[in-house]
Design a protein around this ligand. Structure first.
Ligand code: NAD
Ligand code: ZN
Ligand code: ZN
Length: 341
């Protein structure tokens, strides 16, 4: 079968000679409908966040069940499902609570398809346990694949701050890409706060307005923080969601977040922050959330089935993977690119 393989630093190749896996026990073989292209892949490919192993990329996956192992119950051939991405041990307390994104053993084991183990940019993908499947019912797996990360990650980040996102507050979203464009819609649908969106191109800012941002600011402007403070006034922004995570965006967040606010850094842009006593308003919680839980993914499916969130999708063939990654490096993708076998 065909697969998009990571061979090492800046070396991604589409190969045709991968053997189709056979599921055993609780494993499931999925016929891939779509595999989303996440910016985290670029951190792997260009910056070496996963090293020393060759594997198939793609950690945002959806498809139809092709074959099940002898111990799988509750699923049958043809069922449309998402693959929950962070594969935990299944036994620790976090895993038992469905938060496999915070599994105790995260630092010790290869952690998820497309992140060291074989992922979904291929004709078929082996899922190691039926526990990682989430049914999508009438949703199309091609369109639904990015729900597993581009929607789940912002959903989980927003939920942890939801009690602060009331109608008299402001929320700042930095980066209107794959994750950010869904974050805007989730905020619009489940929170009351007024949304201020930041990106670096006019196209992305216009897109943000369509998706529910009341205000848009180009974060390249030297006075971006002052522009935001002019909108929020002395209250400042109760929550800042940074989907870039560069030093400049973290710095912007520290300048606009309010007393007792949340500064949530989702982006893995390699930024630095130096704590100092006067650097943040009192009471600010700074967090670096990772992905979301299995049950939160079920809630995300609910939002999609109710048509409250819509993922803007560019469809591409597996053979086009390297071109798509290049477009992503240049910030040219609107919404999410999905590779379709
Ligand atoms: P993307 O490439 O689709 O979008 C990034 C967006 O940020 C683009 O619109 C780009 O124009 C914008 N941008 C770049 N620099 C900016 C700046 N200085 N100010 C404002 N906007 C800027 O990326 P994505 O797939 O949405 O991922 C975003 C980040 O989140 C990546 O670093 C990715 O690795 C990370 N991520 C983290 C998690 C997690 O669990 N923590 C999960 C998925 C992705
Ligand atoms: Zn991702
Ligand atoms: Zn665990």
């Amino acid at each position: 079968m065909k697969a998009v393989r990571f061979f090492g630093h800046k070396d991604v190749r589409v190969v045709n000679d991968i053997e189709r896996p056979v599921p055993k026990g609780d494993e499931v073989l999925l016929k891939i409908g779509g595999a989303g292209v996440c910016h985290s892949d670029l951190h792997i490919i260009d910056e070496g966040t996963v090293v020393g192993t060759v594997f198939t990329l793609g950690h945002e996956n959806a498809g139809w069940i092709e074959e099940i192992g002898e111990n799988v119950e509750g699923y049958k051939k043809g069922d449309a499902v998402l693959v929950y991405g962070p594969w935990g041990c299944g036994h620790c307390k976090s895993c038992q609570q469905s938060k496999e994104n915070y599994c105790d053993h995260q630092s010790e084991q290869a952690y998820g398809g497309g992140l060291g183990l074989d992922g979904g940019m291929a004709d078929y993908m082996l899922v190691p346990s039926s526990r990682f499947l989430v049914p999508i019912y009438d949703l199309d797996p091609v369109i639904a694949a990015p729900l597993t990360d581009a929607a789940l990650t912002p959903y989980s980040a927003i939920k942890r701050s939801l009690h602060k996102l009331m109608a008299d507050e402001y929320v700042v979203v930095i980066g209107v890409g794959g994750l950010g464009h869904v974050a805007l819609q989730i905020l619009r649908e489940i929170s009351g706060a007024e949304i201020i969106a930041c990106d670096v191109t006019q196209d992305k800012l216009a897109f943000a307005k369509e998706l529910g941002a009341a205000y848009v600011i180009n974060s390249k402007d030297a006075d971006a923080a002052e522009q935001i403070q002019k909108i929020t006034g002395i209250k400042k922004a109760k929550v800042v969601l940074d989907f870039v995570g560069a030093t400049s965006t973290i710095d912007l967040g520290t300048k606009v977040v309010s007393l007792d606010g949340d500064l949530t850094i989702v982006g893995l842009g390699g930024g630095h922050y130096q704590y100092s006593m006067n650097g943040l308003p009192f009471g600010v919680s700074m967090t670096n959330p990772y992905w979301g839980s299995r049950t939160e993914l079920m809630e995300v499916v609910g939002l999609a089935r109710q048509k409250k969130i819509h993922i803007e999708i560019e469809k591409h063939k597996l053979d086009e993977a390297n071109e798509v990654y290049d477009r992503m490096r240049q910030g040219k993708i609107k919404g999410r690119a999905v590779l379709i076998p």
